[in-house]
Write a protein that binds this ligand. Structure first.
Ligand SMILES: Nc1ncnc2c1ncn2[C@@H]1O[C@H](COP(=O)(O)OP(=O)(O)O)[C@@H](O)[C@H]1O
Ligand SMILES: [Mg+2]
Length: 305
């Protein structure tokens, strides 16, 4: 298989939709069409930014094979806050890892902005992530010996931004997340919620096209959870970024534009979650497979799952 050239990687924002083959008429593409008929469409770009095709991931464990993802098809348009929802062990983190190029799929592939991330080599992937992707982790993943400003400035350092400039930018984003009074604090001197706000500032400081967040509120109390989700969504709306949010928590899922539910490595439902103010009636229900169990209904902020 041909490997993408780094030059192609560096032009994600300009990658024409035609650089990826036309998606087949999967549940996900039907969902995107349905989406275009709602108020959400106004802030979404019609172009898909993430395309997942026939994705399968197996893990060999002793003499067995664990099928973590069976055959996943998914198209995410630019600007969407898409939640991958499901119980523990359903395959959410595995899917996110394949999307972000952290692991190679057993079968199928992932394209981001037309770039086949699942075929990039390590060096190309590192460059791609630095330039186009941001990450928010459940355990924050801050460097303990760096202050809040230094942690947030780190991705800009990798991009070669001079120290004064990157620290100025980091201070700006930290103020945006309400940490203007904690700029020079170390992670151990901050609460979990404050550390996660530093993590969010770090993910967004480079204004990446796509931000992946795996259970970003998993270690937080419910009030802090809501603040953290509101912050992620506010940044995404402001900069027209695409968010892939992994969670098992219905309250967190309710912040998303779309909720894709996984069960045993398969998408079992794919539905819109339109705020009540945008659409007068309940948004369309889009089963992702002909044998999707039950009915999933998105009802504004309250999600019945
Ligand atoms: N590295 C691995 N080796 C073997 N099995 C794995 C590995 N990673 C995940 N799995 C298995 O794949 C399934 C999906 O896991 P995961 O994607 O972590 O689920 P979730 O994030 O939804 O909790 C689980 O059965 C898990 O045990
Ligand atoms: Mg997980």
């Amino acid at each position: 298989m041909k490997t993408a050239q780094p030059a192609q990687v560096s032009h994600l924002a300009d990658a024409p939709a035609s650089s990826a083959p036309e998606p087949s008429d999967t549940g996900a593409t039907r969902s995107n069409r349905a989406l275009a008929q709602t108020g959400i469409a106004a802030r979404l770009d019609a172009r898909p930014i993430i395309e997942v095709r026939n994705l399968r991931k197996e893990y060999p464990v002793e003499d067995e094979t664990v099928v973590a993802l069976s055959r996943v098809n998914l198209v995410i348009p630019k600007g969407q806050i898409c939640c991958i929802f499901g119980e523990s062990g359903s395959g959410k983190s595995t899917l996110l890892n394949q999307l972000a190029g952290m692991e190679k799929p057993t079968r199928g592939g992932v394209r981001i902005g037309g770039v086949p991330v699942s075929r990039l080599n390590e060096r190309e992937l590192a460059a791609f992530r630095q330039k186009h992707l941001g990450f928010v982790f459940q355990s924050y993943n801050l460097l303990p010996n760096l202050t809040a400003v230094e942690n947030v400035a780190m991705p800009l350092m990798f991009r070669g931004v001079p120290k004064a400039e990157r620290e100025k930018a980091a201070r700006g984003v930290l103020r945006r997340v309400g940490l203007g009074h904690r700029l020079n604090h170390y992670p151990r001197q901050m609460s979990g919620g404050q550390q996660q706000r530093v993590g969010i500032a770090r993910a967004f400081v480079t204004k990446p096209e796509v931000v992946f967040a795996d259970e970003p509120t998993g270690n937080l109390d419910s009030k802090t959870k809501a603040d953290v989700m509101a912050m992620i969504c506010a940044f995404a709306r402001e900069f027209h970024q695409t968010i892939v949010l992994v969670t098992h928590d219905p309250q967190m899922a309710s912040y998303a534009d779309r909720i894709v539910t996984l069960l045993d490595g398969n998408i079992t439902s794919d539905c819109l979650n339109v705020p009540a103010s945008s659409v007068s009636s309940t948004s369309p229900v889009v089963p992702a497979s002909p044998n999707a169990p039950g009915t999933t209904v998105a009802t504004g902020k309250g999600v019945t799952l």
